[in-house]
Design a binder for this molecule. Sequence first.
Ligand SMILES: [Zn+2]
Length: 301
Amino acid sequence: MMPAASPRSSALPWLLVAALALAAPACQRSDATPAPADPAGLDVEAGPADTLAIPDTTDERPPLPDGFVRLSETAPEIALEIRYATAYNFVGEPIDAYLAPECILTEEAAAALKGAARALARDGLGLKVYDCYRPQTAVNHFARWTGSTDESMKQAFYPNEPKGSLFSRGYIATRSGHSRGSTVDLTLVRLPVAASVRTDFPDPADGPLPACDRPLSGPTGPDLPGGGRLPEGDLDMGTAYDCFSPASATDSREVSAEARRNRQRLRAALSAAGFRNYAQEWWHYTLRDEPRSTHYDFPVE
Ligand SMILES: [Zn+2]
């Protein structure tokens, strides 16, 4: 493709820059302006699981520490909705060291998760992950935020919990098992998994946020004055992801029977694959035989 040296060759570096600029969308951050989506906010335009868009891996990605993999490369059938790479989380801004919406795990945890997805697929179900390996720098960002006065995301993540108690109640800690690379936050979805991935999120600047511990409203639940919980997938899990509330405890009786069944279905699938659940959070699972004990601090990219 490259022409031999000619008077035009001085323009080649600029052509290269232009070509790279055209290739840039593969590297865009997930908090960029989202594409228009359906009213429910779920990207139902996406294709079936086996055609789920796989990030372009032809670009040079930074190598990971030995023994770690990107789930997008080893298990593209599992959907990614990496919230800490977006502003829709309890802090209200992308979290430090989340440079791309990737799920990085130890090889063992990624393989176990792939096995869980394979078993669930027989029943037309799949997995969507919200967070995986979490750098210590990100955990430090959480700790820094707890010392600030910001409560912009309160309604959506800790509607009934004083911000000052998030540390003492165990919702936030100065160390996280996620930093060891074998812990994952995830939910159960119907196939195709791509249809459950949210691409747009409420902005507190546009009005009150949906409360994370309310029932869903609309076609999957009662219509509530002031609106219901944000739909995050097509299976009701009773509370939203990262909802700091007693109702998020996996066996909570505060949620509907249907939501309890869905939580139990997720727990059964993950337990069979070698994970144990953190009883206070229906979405949080750690591989029982964790291969690493180090809290790592390389970026998610
Ligand atoms: Zn977690």
